[in-house]
Ligand binder design. Sequence first.
Ligand SMILES: *[C@@H]1O[C@H](CO)[C@@H](O)[C@H](O)[C@H]1NC(C)=O
Ligand SMILES: *[C@@H]1O[C@H](CO)[C@@H](O)[C@H](O)[C@H]1NC(C)=O
Ligand SMILES: *[C@@H]1O[C@H](CO)[C@@H](O)[C@H](O)[C@H]1NC(C)=O
Length: 319
Amino acid sequence: MRPSPLLSMWGGTNISLSLGFFLPLLLVQVVEIVDEYQTACIPSSYTNNDERVQYIQDVNTNKLCTRTLTVPKHMKQPIFVYYQLENYYQNHRRYVKSRSDKQLLNGDSTSSTDTETCKPEQFLGELPIIPCGLIAWSLFNDTYSFTSGGHAITINKKGISWKSDREHKFGSFYPQNFPNNLPNNQNGSLIGGASLDPNVSLNENEDLIVWMRTAALPTFRKLYGRIDQNLNAHTQLSVQISNNYNTYSFDGKKKLVLSTTSWLGGKNDFLGVAYITVGSFCIFLALAFFLLHWKHPRPLGDTKYSLSRGHKVGKPVAN
Ligand SMILES: *[C@@H]1O[C@H](CO)[C@@H](O)[C@H](O)[C@H]1NC(C)=O
Ligand SMILES: *[C@@H]1O[C@H](CO)[C@@H](O)[C@H](O)[C@H]1NC(C)=O
Ligand SMILES: *[C@@H]1O[C@H](CO)[C@@H](O)[C@H](O)[C@H]1NC(C)=O
């Protein structure tokens, strides 16, 4: 029996494993504010979901809503602003396929075979829709703006989408015949969500690019923007929400999230940092043990350091 090398290996493995788990948690202290607003942002006279849908679809109702949030702990910039939708099945088979990646990249409006997959959002009247498909058509259209103590807090919307999406999946061309840009029911249009600025090309429209990266689960967060300043504990934030998006017809929840960590959808440093930390630590431990062994080699089978040496036959523990 050679307990000593075994013991030290076992101890080392234990230490590195537990540090591997807890180090990332210690490194990244997450502060998060979550505000569910889909009910609070509808006047209380609209009691059931049918009435709420009517309220949302009526262009004449005032959709502005002010929420007050308190920062619980100091939040270090960058602070990510997300919207979180629940009970929203972006992964539904018909929905997730209703897009044309070819069109998104090349802007080809002539070949309808390229937009075949976009049905039922393929044509507006006779004209091809760019960008076509249900996903683009249902683009999220709530907006948020923040003030604190009377001062506006800027939301930076640049760089919220994946760079690879902007460069390799979306082309530099402009929306055309987009149904949400017309008044409801003009030329067969039906409003599904946000309109698209005809002067902003698809590869510059980061909200659209973020939305088009469909979520795999019915509860998901999407990056809305970034606040590039620190927020002190107990700061009162006043949020103006434009409560436009219809989640009422399917009983979906809407939440506004402010968080100090990045989630999938933006760039995600967290996993990278965690892996690098744990990896470096393992390498460091391996080197340390190697050096120890090299400086103080211990002959195999030497039971001098073993805990159980005192129990050897013929050797009393103390005298
Ligand atoms: C609606 O359709 C009519 C007739 O097809 C056409 O003249 C008009 O330009 C269309 N309007 C829009 C905004 O596309
Ligand atoms: C926002 O989207 C909803 C559908 O979810 C639509 O009914 C509403 O008219 C849109 N409002 C604006 C201002 O885009
Ligand atoms: C788009 O640009 C044109 C010319 O620069 C301008 O006349 C038009 O108002 C712009 N449209 C929008 C929606 O900003």
